[in-house]
Design a protein around this ligand. Sequence first.
Ligand code: NAG
Ligand code: NAG
Length: 827
Amino acid sequence: LMPRFIQKDTLFWRKYYHRTMNRRAILFFCLVSLSSVTGQVTYTIPEEMAKGSVIGNIAQDLGLETKRLISGKARIYTRGSDEYIELNRDRGVLLVKERIDRETLCGQTTPCALHFQVILENPMEFYSATVQITDVNDNAPTFEEIKVEFKISESAVIGSKFVLEPAVDLDVGINDLKRYELKPTDNFVLKLHNNADGNRNVEMVLQKPLDREKQEHISLVLTALDGGEPQLSGTMQIDITVLDVNDNAPVFTQPIYKTIVTENSPTGTVVSTVTASDADEGSNGKITYSIGNTDDVKRVFSINKESGQVTLIGNIDFEVSRYFQINVRASDDGGLTDSCKVMIDVQDVNDNKPEINIMSKSNLISEDAVLNTVVTMINIEDKDTGENGKVQCFVSETVPFILKSSTNNFYSLVTDSDLDRERASEYNITVTCSDEGVPSLSSSVTLTLQISDVNDNPPVFERSSYEAYTVENNTPGLSIFTVKATDSDWNQNARVSYILEDSSVNGVPVSSYVSVSADSGVIHAVRSFDYEQIKDFQFRVKAQDGGSPPLSSNVTVKIMIQDQNDNAPQVLYPVQTGGSLVAEMVPRSADVGYLVTKVVAVDVDSGQNAWLSYKLQKATDRALFEVGLQNGEVRTIRQVTDKDAVKQRLTVTVEDNGQPSRSATVIVNVAVADSFPEVLSEFTDFTHDKEYNENLTFYLVLALAVVSFLFITCVVVIISVKIYRWRQSRILYHSNLPVIPYYPPRYSDTLGTGTLPHVYNYEVCRTTDSRKSDCKFGRAGSQNVLIMDPSSTGTMQRIQSEKSILDEPDSPLEVGFVIAFLSVMLL
Ligand SMILES: *[C@@H]1O[C@H](CO)[C@@H](O)[C@H](O)[C@H]1NC(C)=O
Ligand SMILES: *[C@@H]1O[C@H](CO)[C@@H](O)[C@H](O)[C@H]1NC(C)=O
């Protein structure tokens, strides 16, 4: 038996007590056996009695005198060191010496008793005594830990058991641990198991499912109660943390989110924010948002997977899509999901310019195009809607074109007024179209239109008439002058050709005077001009363009010929004849300043070229004569004396004022004599030079032959003509045609530029055809002319009068006849 006891006790006792109790147990059984021999007292006291409390009157109970106790020096013998009880010899009672704690003394062993001996001396005797100590409920049940923690998944199934540490109550018996209570009892119940070893297992059993979302932390109190009176208890706190299980799906706050986005919003614009919540915690409640659409939506929108912010990442074009639907999915890490829709209406923005499409256009239009000629057809398109897509078009106002709207969005550009290529050969027509959006967008296109030429402008000469000067004696082919006409048309229509208009100058076609270069308008002289023959002439030049039909205009060109000093002065008087000698008579009685004669010269040039001056170049006696520089008058400058020679010879130079000047010399013979025979004798001498006479003879013979021949010819011609006229007059007797005599303009230097005091006229008579000749005539002042003929002795004086000759219609013949006759007479 003993080992069994020991074994049982050791369960709750520390080693020290363990050993002690073993010994005491042995002692106890020894005492029990002794008492039966020597008598024994037993007392029962509760534990925890106060010090000095009386346990019992041991003297009385053992039947001993108090004296004996004193004399016998009674004492208590206890094995071991702890003295709980003392003996009061005087009173003969047992007292509590030390507070007795049953639990310390005996633990769970019952009954618990203190065994000791009361030993007496003189004589020595001993008595056994036992103090039985009864339990008092002085210990509450205790848990080793006052707080335990559990982590239980909310998915734990009903009936799951959780083992709890049992409580311990040091008291025994009724005061020992009796029962447990667990509060609150919402989710768990307590279940006790009696083990085979007598211990009890305390278990907490789940009887109702946990929901972390409802209650994440559960606090339970486990109370252990003993059976004492009053009842004592101990508690243990049980903290349960409910572990989450992904038992909740995310839930969106709205099933549909609606929003409006204007097109062309910049990327990064937040369109909408979706929110879902998940009652779970941690990763089970961590929501990830995603877009569940096809790629075309994903290209435009993205969602922040954590915040649910839907942002624009692409370009929204109202013209491409006006509406988007995004399927947004929210999922937690546990894989539970929810979805919602984000409906996005795209708002139009006036972001499209009107498009101008040129359907057909002509780049060229004739300047004579009629009004309302269609030049260009235009189609307008604006992709925007509403006001943003309403388009108005117009052209810049300065062009002669207008836009006509035909049907919807179709316009035609037509001419609005007359075109003139010469005013504007090209138009840049800017068509501008703008929509009615705010702000309005517009686009424009510039059409370049060329105006083609029509030959509607004649060439125009730069001047209304031209005057040009040219110097006489030009080389034929000399370019005199250039006329120029411009034509404001274009190209061939503006190519000007110059044409000399037919006309005649003095009866001669103008083309024999000048020619015009068709291309350049340069006027060339065809012949060499002679100022003395023609001073100016005019003609018309026509400028004609190359159009079809051609247009033309004409201009008058007047050519003035300028004089050149090409004619030497011509001495009219004294007449210089080869054979005959003319001499001026000066009477010896002549005074100083006597006008001997006047050298008369003309110069057919004009102006300075005809301004003559006279000089005495050589003289037999320079002291006797002088010549008037201006007038050519030869006068005596001193009294003539008898010593002066009869024969005086003066050489007078006549010089014009041209550059270079030209001159002529004339020999003036002067006879200083009172009578004619005197003169004659003098002059005969010096004329009868021998060789001179020989020459003269030869010339006379030749002249005779010629004159005779001419005479005979004349006679024959006159007779023939007379006969012919006679026959003609008979044939045309009745026709009565008028005969208009032609008188060419007379030559007359009316300029008066020269210094000649008088007008000297000369005569050129063409003998071939008097009707066409330029016949200058005039009347020289009556002059006494002395003609000295060496072969005759008479002096002829005659007055020239050509008028009678010109009045005679047959004058050339007559003149010829007269000349011939005179020649014969001379001979
Ligand atoms: C039209 O435009 C062209 C090119 O811009 C320019 O060369 C030309 O001078 C313009 N014409 C007119 C008449 O403005
Ligand atoms: C020359 O031009 C004038 C007008 O300037 C016109 O009257 C005349 O007929 C034209 N002459 C010719 C020959 O073309």
